[in-house]
Write a protein that binds this ligand. Structure first.
Ligand code: NDP
Ligand SMILES: O=C1O[C@H](COP(=O)(O)O)[C@@H](O)[C@H](O)[C@H]1O
Length: 492
């Protein structure tokens, strides 16, 4: 099977930080795939911009090397790469000074009427001068958009400052705040599942759902991003954005339409309904941990404190939280969130645990009736499994069995699963903000997150150590077991 692709209008993408890790590892490969699939039209331009001096040809060589490094060999198609490189060029620009801006303007003015997107793949400390320079040099046309990457602040105040500096030059409908989890196939499928099927609507509430688990587990450590991460930690790096966005999509009311503001209005209501975490409940419903040296996939890996500059750092690399959406639909349904680095496997998923049947009509010896559960697997093996009880086949009498209705996308559709950035980068060109965060959502998320961090600081306790290759500190297991529940394990 192949994708149905509708080409987007011809565009100019200016990637500030075009020589950086994000551009080389994610953005350039994503645009390459969209060209390969026929979604980008000839004539579109991708202009890398950063401080270092480089000619167009040198940037093309760097791009080609990045594609070689980050694409699977089977995806590297010489003919497409050569067409892609013709679209690519480079302007040395110093975001924080006058250098290079006139040249960038001249290049963009060659195509003044086309859709223009500025991708800020740079640290947030230079969002302000970049936006100011974009405004000052007259680069904002009615067809212009700006894409900003996390971290969108490190708390509510700094997030407001970021939003204000970008908002001085761009209007809200021109600002695309990326959360790449929203571009993942399964996440979009969650909306299809909930709102394009009649089956789930009536059971999507506290009468039928016992609890929800959202996990984003990684095997990697902090790698080369230690400086950033040590000032962030798992709560700000993963929970404030990705995990809360997933929670919103599970918990939100049906929006009127898929229109960006309808969806974002509903997500905002969920964020505002999150029960605040305070000094009384923080030690019971939150757990933070930090990895120590251990073994993952048979290889020894160092501890966090050996990987960062501050060897006494108290930054958390693991968080588990029992959240609650205090509204009519969800009262009493815990949302257990869990994320961490150096866990045993790379796995992100949402699991909806339904309630037990109220009464069993089956004789003893038929086997236990297990509650239905719906597993939405974001990665790896993207897909969905609805676990149900059936009768064991054959003449052996009434024996019950728990089995999955399995919809693993790669198997079902035989297509390459596109990276989240492929979808999101072109949504920017389409002007579709549905999968991007609105300013008030980002700020509402920080309003819930900031007090958690403050409680941890006031408690003056360090994060609990856990051995790399385990599922976090034992207190994360204790937290859910106290409620008579367990973390989901893949039982297929
Ligand atoms: N890497 C990733 O996977 C992810 C990164 N992010 C975020 O994206 C941003 C970029 O990350 P990453 O690519 O990893 O960082 P890198 O350090 O690899 O790249 C930074 C880029 O910014 C450019 N740059 C720095 N200062 C200036 C300046 N004054 N003017 C113009 N360009 C400048 C650098 O080029 P030069 O030195 O030549 O100017 C370089 O191209 C960060 O905020 C990061 O948190 C978010 C999600 C994932
Ligand atoms: O935003 C981030 O996400 C990655 C994990 O993304 P995934 O798509 O691989 O699940 C995480 O490693 C990084 O620390 C964080 O900044």
């Amino acid at each position: 099977m192949t994708y149905r692709v509708i080409p987007v209008p011809v565009f100019d993408y200016v990637v500030f930080g075009g020589t950086g890790d994000l551009a080389r590892r994610k953005l350039l490969p994503a645009l390459y795939f969209r060209l390969k699939d026929g979604q980008i039209l000839e004539g579109s331009r991708i202009i890398g911009a950063s401080r270092r001096e480089m000619t167009d040809d040198e940037y093309r060589t760097m791009t080609s090397e990045a594609l070689k490094e980050f694409l699977a060999p089977v995806d590297f198609d010489e003919a497409v790469v050569s067409r892609f490189l013709q679209m690519v060029s480079y302007v040395p620009v110093d975001a924080a000074s006058e250098g290079g801006w006139d040249e960038l303007r001249e290049r963009l003015e060659l195509e003044p009427d086309r859709i223009r997107a500025f991708y800020l793949a740079v640290g947030p400390d230079i969002f302000d001068p970049i936006c100011e320079n974009i405004g000052k040099h007259g680069l904002v046309t009615p067809q212009t958009r700006v894409v900003i990457e996390k971290p969108l602040g490190k708390d509510l105040d700094s997030a407001r400052r970021v939003n204000e500096s970008v908002g001085r030059v761009f209007s809200e409908d021109q600002i695309f705040r990326i959360d790449h989890y929203l571009g993942k196939e399964t996440v979009q499928n969650l909306m299809a599942l909930r709102f394009a099927n009649v089956l789930y609507g009536p059971v999507w509430n506290s009468a039928m759902i016992d609890h929800v688990q959202i996990t984003a587990a990684e095997t990697v450590g902090v790698g080369s991003r230690g400086d950033y991460y040590d000032h962030s930690g798992a709560l700000r790096d993963m929970v404030q954005n990705h995990l809360l966005q997933l929670l919103c999509l599970v918990a939100m009311e049906p929006p009127d339409t898929l229109d960006a503001n309808s969806v974002r209005d509903e997500k905002l209501k969920v964020l505002k309904a999150l029960r605040p975490i305070n000094d009384e409940n923080s030690s019971i419903i939150t757990v933070r941990g930090q990895y120590r040296a251990g073994i993952i996939d048979g290889k020894s890996v160092p501890g966090y404190l050996d990987e960062v500059t501050d060897h006494a750092s108290e930054t958390e690399t693991f968080v588990a939280i029992k959240a609650e959406v205090a509204n009519w639909r969800w009262a009493g349904v815990p949302f257990y969130l869990r994320t961490g680095k150096r866990l045993p496997s790379r796995m992100s998923e949402i699991v909806i645990f339904f309630k037990q049947v109220p009464h069993s009509i089956f004789p003893k010896g038929s086997g236990n009736i297990q509650a239905n559960r719906l597993v939405l697997r974001l990665q790896p093996d993207e897909g969905m499994k609805q676990w149900i009880m059936i009768k064991d086949p054959g003449p052996g009498g009434m024996r019950l069995r728990h089995v999955p209705l399995d919809m693993t996308f790669a198997e079902a559709f035989q297509v390459r699963n596109p990276d989240a950035y492929e979808r999101l980068l072109l949504d920017v060109i389409r002007g579709n903000q549905t999968l991007f965060m609105r300013r008030d959502e980002v700020e509402a998320a920080w309003k819930w997150i900031d007090p958690i961090k403050e409680c941890w600081e006031r408690s003056s306790t360090a994060p609990k150590p856990y051995t790399a290759g385990t599922w976090g500190p034992s207190s994360a297991v204790a937290m859910i077991e106290r409620d008579g529940r367990n973390w989901h394990e893949d039982i297929s």
